[in-house]
Write a protein that binds this ligand. Structure first.
Ligand code: DOR
Length: 427
């Protein structure tokens, strides 16, 4: 199928935009030029809206297999397409866990059948995420694991992390870490600080995250493994990562939109739509995350899209599971609350959603140029709306941003040359 995009605008490195047409054929960008006059199977008039490389999210919970009432590969990838994402990486806290080559292969087959955007699945570091037996890292790598993680839980012993990093490094794969020392969690459900005191809830100390990162960067140094830190949330974590990078250690890190936009002060009541792990931290932590992103200590943004059903969230902080959805709101929230407020530039934001994650994990995506994979999203930067969780394509409606005003809405998404989302652009 040949697709011709007319009247698009692309970003230039100097922050200006320029008008362009884009010709797509057989999943590839064939030509980008000011005026392309050619027959195509499908003509899309972009009406002078922006075209960006398709967004990449390396931290998504698709819930399938095992919890299809929360999300499926189909619903999760459709939500991704609606948010402008064309590559997402699926976390392994599913039932069963992709901790062996047979389960991973079955997952890859299901992705082939049901996904409308590219899904790269993680395999777990330990069997059944129990922290007790290491998985067959080389077999899983060969079968097609994107990388290795026990996301949802931290690796509790240094010995296990050391062995995992040795194996991962030998197979050229990164270790992607949810950092949480269980001995320092104390049953916490919100950040240990102002909010835990105000609401009388058990608090999660910042230390439970940063001490594990401190341990792991030394293990990464010893093994040479690429060590990637998930959802960084504290100022001490940012400092440890910055120091490790300065020491030449192969460490990278991500931060979520919610940790950049919110802090513990947003938690006004016992509303579990504000419950996630790690929790919303202090204002000083939030500022350190923004500063860390701006100075390159934190490499890019990932959503930690974690759908749960409303009945589970209803009982409040003590009982509800951790997690909020993010795929459909990430770009507009970041555009509205980081770019429009001049905390950062549109060029930086697009880099953090495209080229930066691609480069970090050596993925051949995230660029808009001739010869590249035709992964792209068309965004109306002037369109604004209110977030209404009932309109989400995701099965998860668990968001703290319901009712928020946003600007910058994806109108159409093309993944490997296929139109996977189109709303508001006539053919
Ligand atoms: O908030 C979270 N939810 N953090 C995690 O680490 C796991 C995730 C989930 O799976 O729900």
């Amino acid at each position: 199928m040949k697709i011709l995009l007319k009247n698009a605008r692309q970003l230039r490195r100097d922050h200006e935009t320029e008008r362009c047409d884009i010709l797509i054929e057989k999943g590839e960008i064939i030509k980008i030029a000011p005026d392309i006059d050619e027959d195509a199977d499908k003509l899309i008039d972009c009406k002078h809206n922006m075209v960006f490389p398709g967004f990449i999210d390396v931290h998504v919970h698709l819930r399938e297999p095992g919890e299809e009432h929360k999300e499926t590969i189909k619903s999760g990838t459709e939500a991704a397409a609606c948010g402008g994402f064309t590559t997402i990486c699926a976390m392994p806290n599913t039932t069963p866990v992709p901790d062996n080559t047979v389960t991973l292969q079955a997952l890859l087959n299901k992705i082939d059948d049901d996904a409308c955007v590219r899904v790269l699945p993680y395999a777990s570091i330990t069997k059944n995420l129990k922290g007790e037996g290491l998985t067959d890292i080389s077999g899983l790598a060969e079968t097609g694991a994107f990388a290795f993680t026990d996301d949802g839980v931290g690796i509790q012993t240094a010995d296990f992390m050391l062995r995992a990093m040795r194996e991962a490094a030998a197979n050229g794969k990164p270790v992607v870490a949810h950092c949480e020392d269980n001995s320092l969690v104390y049953g916490g459900v919100v950040h240990n600080g102002q909010v835990s005191e105000r609401l009388g809830l058990p608090g999660v100390p910042s230390l439970c995250e940063s001490v594990q990162i401190a341990r792991d960067v030394l293990l990464a140094e010893a093994t040479g493994c690429h060590y990637h830190v998930c959802h960084v949330s504290t100022k001490e974590s940012v400092r440890v990562i910055r120091d490790a990078k300065n020491a030449g250690i192969n460490v990278t890190a991500e931060v979520t939109p919610h940790h950049l936009i919110l802090n513990e002060e947003a938690v006004k009541a016992d509303d579990a739509n504000f419950k996630m792990n790690p929790p919303l931290r202090s204002q000083a932590d939030q500022q350190a995350l923004i500063d860390g992103l701006l100075d390159g200590t934190i490499d890019f943004i990932a959503t930690d899209h974690a759908p749960h059903v409303e009945e589970e969230k209803a009982p409040g902080f003590r009982q509800a599971p951790f997690g909020i959805v993010g795929l459909e709101t990430a770009f507009p929230l970041l555009y509205t609350y980081l770019v429009k407020t001049e905390k950062t530039t549109l060029n930086d934001l697009i880099d953090w959603l495209t080229a930066k994650p691609a480069n970090t994990f050596q993925l051949p995506y995230g660029v808009l140029q001739e010869g590249a994979m035709a992964d792209l999203t068309i965004v109306d930067l002037n369109k604004s709306t209110c977030i209404d969780k009932q309109t989400f394509i995701s099965k998860g409606k668990n968001t703290p941003f319901h009712g928020w005003q946003i600007q910058g809405i994806p109108l159409a998404t093309i993944a490997e040359g296929r139109i996977v989302y189109e709303e508001g652009l006539d053919g």
